[in-house]
Design a binder for this molecule. Structure first.
Ligand code: ADP
Length: 394
């Protein structure tokens, strides 16, 4: 029996897909259509015969998925031969309605549509992907896998903001948390690497990609996480500010006449590493820092200091920590970030092995470190495929 799931991640102007064996995690093909709706688009498809690129304009998400289906036919593997069991869709915001993945039906679409005010940048694109895929692949079950679901185990004291209670009741204002698929996947991998049951371990998971988030995971359950109502809160990110004083909004409105939308956009797209250095790519920040650029040095320090504060906070939340886990682009590759974020934490039982850290080994702490420090590649596509398979197989 096939265990292949077609995983779709639809963004506002992009569509990422991956044909994954949910049992092994092996991707038979992956692809990305970018700059959808622009004069020139870019489609790259990696299949068994290698990489194929196409720069023809792709008008919308429907055309993007059609191009993907054509790429499977032309460059393989032919979808008809693979016997796909489900289509798994990444959906960013499931609010407090979805604590688990769910089969897509009209009711689910209505619920995800209701949540658009909470995720105006993401949910409409995710919905577009679902609707297009249901049209083009009507005979397959479609499953929505929510970025927020893993964090639905947060206790009320962790998800409640200290604001008038009516705001939560009327507008859904509370912490939801994101990157749940990644935190869930990496937690499972970490427990396996430690040779322990997930139920028995306490972890601090640091997902450091373009977006960054920290999660305190107690026995496999998320008990606190740094992203909030939206993915803006928490760590310093590629283009997002992370934590700041909410009074900044009002001040900019009064002294600079900036609208709420303008400030929102600046905090989401022009802040973080980009705001501090002009670039959001961590590798470029590292290069500039190595060349003695003071702005890059400060950005690095701000980034790592924020990380260290969250590690300390989640240490206190968990009481006992078995491992600190680094994942995603920066987490997996930047020995300097890991070293800076963990410096001075020997008193908390964190002993980094400099050679293992520089080598990006899986275990970068010393043999005798009371808290293990792990580097684990995330694989959100595999996790989505696994969850989708679980839903369709019951
Ligand atoms: P996304 O959130 O888009 O999935 P990734 O997990 O791919 O992002 O992470 C992207 C970030 O990882 C970028 O800032 C990139 O510069 C950084 N990165 C990738 N490789 C390295 C590396 N070798 N050293 C430091 N940073 C890296």
């Amino acid at each position: 029996m096939s265990d292949h799931v077609l995983v779709i991640n639809a963004g506002s102007s992009s569509l990422k897909y991956s044909l994954v064996d949910a049992k092994t995690g092996e991707a038979a093909a992956t692809g990305l259509v970018e700059q959808i709706g622009e004069e020139q688009s870019h489609h790259v498809h990696h299949g068994p015969a290698g990489e194929f690129n196409d720069d023809q304009a792709v008008a919308d998400h429907e055309a993007a998925l059609e191009a993907a289906v054509r790429a499977f036919e032309t460059h393989g593997p032919a979808l008809a031969d693979v016997d796909i069991v489900a289509v798994g869709h990444r959906v960013v915001h499931g609010g407090d309605r979805f604590a688990a993945p769910a089969l897509v039906d009209d009711e689910l679409i209505a619920a995800v549509t209701d949540l658009v005010p909470l995720a105006p940048l993401h949910n409409p694109a995710n919905l577009e992907g679902i609707e297009v895929a249901r049209r083009l692949l009507p005979d397959l079950p479609h499953v929505a896998v929510f970025d927020t679901a893993f964090h639905q185990t947060l206790p009320p004291h962790a998800y409640t903001y200290a604001v008038p209670t009516s705001w939560q009741e009327e507008y859904g204002i509370r912490r939801y948390g994101f990157h749940g698929t990644s935190h869930s996947f990496v937690s499972g991998q970490a427990a396996a690497l430690l040779g322990r049951e997930l139920e028995d371990v306490n972890l601090i998971v640091l997902h450091l990609g373009n977006g960054c988030s920290a999660t305190a995971v107690q026995g496999g359950r998320s008990v606190d996480t740094s992203m909030g109502l939206t993915p803006l809160e928490g760590l310093v990110m590629g283009t997002r500010s992370g934590d700041l004083d909410p009074a900044i909004h009002g001040l900019l409105a009064r002294v600079a006449g900036r609208s709420a939308e303008e400030t929102d956009r600046a905090l989401n797209s022009e802040s973080g590493l980009k705001g501090l250095t002009g670039v959001n790519d961590f590798r470029e920040v590292s290069r500039r820092r190595a060349a003695g650029d003071e702005r890059a040095e400060l950005a690095f320090d701000v980034y790592c200091y924020r990380l260290k504060k969250y590690i300390g906070a989640y240490y206190a939340v968990l009481g006992r920590v078995d491992a600190i886990v680094f994942t995603a682009g920066v987490g997996q590759h930047s020995a300097e970030v890991r070293a800076a974020a963990l410096s001075g934490l020997e008193g908390l039982g964190v002993r980094l092995d400099p050679t293992r850290n520089t080598n990006n080994d899986q275990i970068v702490s010393t043999e005798d470190s009371p808290v293990a420090v792990l580097v684990i590649p995330t694989n959100e596509e595999w996790e989505i495929a696994r969850q989708a398979l679980d839903v369709v197989r019951g």
